[in-house]
Design a protein around this ligand. Structure first.
Ligand code: SF4
Length: 487
C-alpha cells in the first residue's frame, strides 16, 4: 500500500480553451516531483498522478487514485508559474470531489493558493487538510501521523484542518527549508512520464517539430522583490531567495540530458538572472559540459548585465524573458516595479547577442487608463520581440493587488477558472479608470494586432523560417471566447 499519492491537477481546456490542445506548453510538475523526492528520502512510498499531462478527467483521476490505495492523497496545486496555483484550484476542486464520492481517503492540498486562503479552501473544497507554506515538512509529518494511525494532528506545523469536534485548527507555517539541496535532493523525475511534456511553441521556433522532450527545474526559490501583482512570495511568507548549489543544479541538468534526452529546458526560477556570480557559475559549468541546450530564463531588465550575454548564449540560453509590464511611469511606480529608462536598449543588446526575447506586458494595472495601455502597446511594437505575452491583470490571492481589490470592492471572479488569462470566464481586475471588459478587450485586440503585423511576421520569418510563421498564423486563427465581452 502506497503511503502517499501526489496529484498534479490540470485542465488545459478550461485554462487555455482551444489553445490548450496543440499550443500550450505542458510542463513537468517540478514541485510534485521535488516533494516526492523529499518524501522518498524520508522512507515513505510515493506515487504520482499527473492528471494534466495525461489529460485525465477528474473522474478518471479519482478512479486511478483509488486503485493505487494510498493512505493519503496530496493535491499539489502549484503549477508552472506562481499564478498556476490559483488556476489549478478549479481542477483540484473537481478531483477532490470525485475522490470523496468514491472513498474516504484523507486528502491534503498544498500550494500558493491554499496558503493564501487556507480557511476558504478548507470550507469550499472536499479536503481534510490544507498545508500552509512551502510544505515538505508539514506533508512529511502528516503522512507519518496517518501511517501510524495517529489522530492528533495539532502539533504539526503548517496544518489547517477541522478537529474531531469541528473546531478549526490553523497552525503557523513550518520554518522555511534552509538547505534546499539537502532537503529536497534531485527531483523524482522517474515518477512522471518525461516523454510526454512539451515546450512553449516559441521556445522551439528553431525546430518547431521538436517541442519534446522538455523539462523545467528550479535552481532557487522565491524572489527578493515584492511587485504588487505577483504571487511568488505568498508561499514563503516574505520576499527573499534561497539558492541551490551550482554543482547540484548542473548535475541534475546533466541527468535530464543524458537519461531523458532533454534539450529544451526552462529554468523556472522567477528571477534566475539576479546574482551574477552564481548564475554565471551555473552557465559556465554548462559551457564546460558542452551540452546542446535550448534554455529559457527569467530576468529583470535591471538585473541583466549585458556583458554576460555572450557567455549566456554559449551556455544554451536562447531565450530571455523580461517582465516589462508597462511603459507608463505611474503604472510601474504604483505596482512597486519602478521603470528603467533603458528598457529598449537592454532588450536590443540581448537580441544582438543572439538571445531571443520574450517580453511580458500587463494591461489593466490599477493606474492604467487607455492612454497608458496604448503607450505600452506602442513600446511592444517598437521592441518587436520574438514573442510578446500580453496579460490582463488579475488580482491573485496572496498578492497586494488582491488585498487592494478587496478594499476597493472591485469584482473578482466567482470561480477560480475566471483567474485564467485565456479562459472563457476570464475576469481581469478593473483599474482606477477602466472596467474589466475594457481591459480584456484591449488585451485580446493587442495580442491579435501584434502577432498578425507585417513587421513582426517578417522578423519571425527572417529569424526562424516559414514554419514558425505558420504556427503563429494557426494561433491567431483561434479566437478566444470571452463571457464578459458577450461571446
Ligand atoms: S521581480 Fe518578478 S518574480 Fe519578483 S516579485 Fe516582481 S514580478 Fe514577481
Amino acid at each position: 500500500m502506497t503511503d502517499v499519492l501526489l496529484i498534479n491537477p490540470g485542465d488545459r481546456k478550461m485554462t487555455f480553451q482551444e489553445l490548450g490542445k496543440d499550443f500550450a506548453a505542458i510542463e513537468p510538475p517540478y514541485w510534485v516531483v521535488s516533494m516526492a523526492s523529499f518524501l522518498r528520502n524520508n522512507n515513505f512510498s510515493v506515487e504520482v498522478i499527473d492528471s494534466d499531462v495525461e489529460n485525465y478527467s477528474p473522474e478518471e483521476t479519482a478512479k486511478k487514485a483509488i486503485e493505487i490505495k494510498p493512505k493519503l492523497v496530496a493535491i499539489i496545486s502549484h503549477g508552472s508559474t506562481p499564478q498556476s496555483s490559483t488556476l489549478n484550484m478549479y481542477p483540484a476542486g473537481k478531483i477532490t470531489k470525485a475522490i470523496k464520492q468514491l472513498s474516504n481517503i484523507p486528502i491534503a492540498i498544498s500550494g500558493i493558493h491554499p496558503t493564501a486562503l487556507p480557511e476558504k479552501t478548507l470550507q469550499e473544497e472536499k479536503v481534510d487538510f490544507v498545508i500552509i507554506g512551502e510544505g515538505p515538512n508539514t506533508l512529511r509529518y502528516l503522512t507519518e501521523a496517518i501511517k501510524n494511525n495517529e489522530r492528533n494532528f495539532k502539533k504539526i506545523q503548517g496544518l489547517c484542518f477541522y478537529d474531531d469536534d469541528k473546531t478549526l485548527v490553523k497552525n503557523n507555517a513550518a520554518p522555511l527549508v534552509e538547505n534546499i539541496d539537502h532537503t529536497m535532493g534531485t527531483a523524482a523525475w522517474d515518477l512522471i512520464p518525461m516523454e510526454k511534456y512539451r515546450s512553449h511553441f516559441w521556445h522551439s521556433y528553431d525546430d518547431i517539430k521538436k517541442t519534446q522532450p522538455y523539462a523545467s527545474i528550479y535552481t532557487a526559490l522565491g524572489c527578493k522583490y515584492n511587485c504588487s501583482f505577483c504571487q511568488v512570495n505568498a508561499l514563503f511568507g516574505k520576499p527573499g531567495m534561497r539558492f541551490r548549489e551550482p554543482e547540484n543544479v548542473v548535475n541534475e541538468i546533466g541527468m535530464l540530458v543524458e537519461k531523458y534526452g532533454v534539450r529544451n529546458l526552462k529554468i523556472s526560477d522567477e528571477l534566475f538572472v539576479n546574482n551574477e556570480g552564481r548564475h554565471m557559475k551555473i552557465l559556465d559549468m554548462l559551457i564546460e559540459r558542452g551540452y546542446d541546450l535550448n534554455m529559457w530564463v527569467w530576468s529583470r531588465i535591471d538585473t541583466m548585465k549585458t556583458k554576460d550575454l555572450e557567455r549566456m548564449k554559449k551556455a544554451g540560453v536562447n531565450w530571455a524573458v523580461y517582465g516589462i509590464e508597462s511603459a507608463d511611469v505611474n503604472v510601474r511606480r504604483e505596482i512597486g516595479k519602478p521603470i528603467r529608462p533603458d528598457v529598449e536598449e537592454i532588450v536590443k543588446a540581448t537580441r544582438e547577442s543572439g538571445v531571443s526575447v520574450v517580453a511580458n506586458y500587463i494591461f489593466g494595472l490599477p493606474e492604467d487608463n487607455m492612454e497608458s495601455m496604448q503607450s505600452t502597446y506602442e513600446q511592444a511594437e517598437r521592441i518587436n520581440a520574438e514573442e510578446a505575452n500580453f496579460y490582463a491583470a488579475q488580482a491573485y490571492p496572496g498578492t497586494r493587488l488582491y488585498t487592494q481589490a478587496l478594499k476597493k470592492g472591485w469584482k473578482l471572479p466567482e470561480k477560480w477558472s475566471g483567474f485564467s488569462h485565456h479562459s472563457y470566464d476570464c475576469l481581469p481586475v478593473q483599474t482606477n479608470y477602466l472596467s474589466s471588459a475594457d481591459v480584456l478587450k484591449f488585451r485580446d485586440d493587442s495580442f491579435y494586432k501584434y502577432h498578425t503585423s507585417k513587421k513582426y511576421l517578417h522578423m519571425i520569418k527572417e529569424k526562424f523560417g516559414q514554419n514558425a510563421v505558420d504556427t503563429i498564423n494557426k494561433i491567431t486563427s483561434v479566437k478566444l471566447k470571452r463571457q464578459i465581452l458577450g461571446d
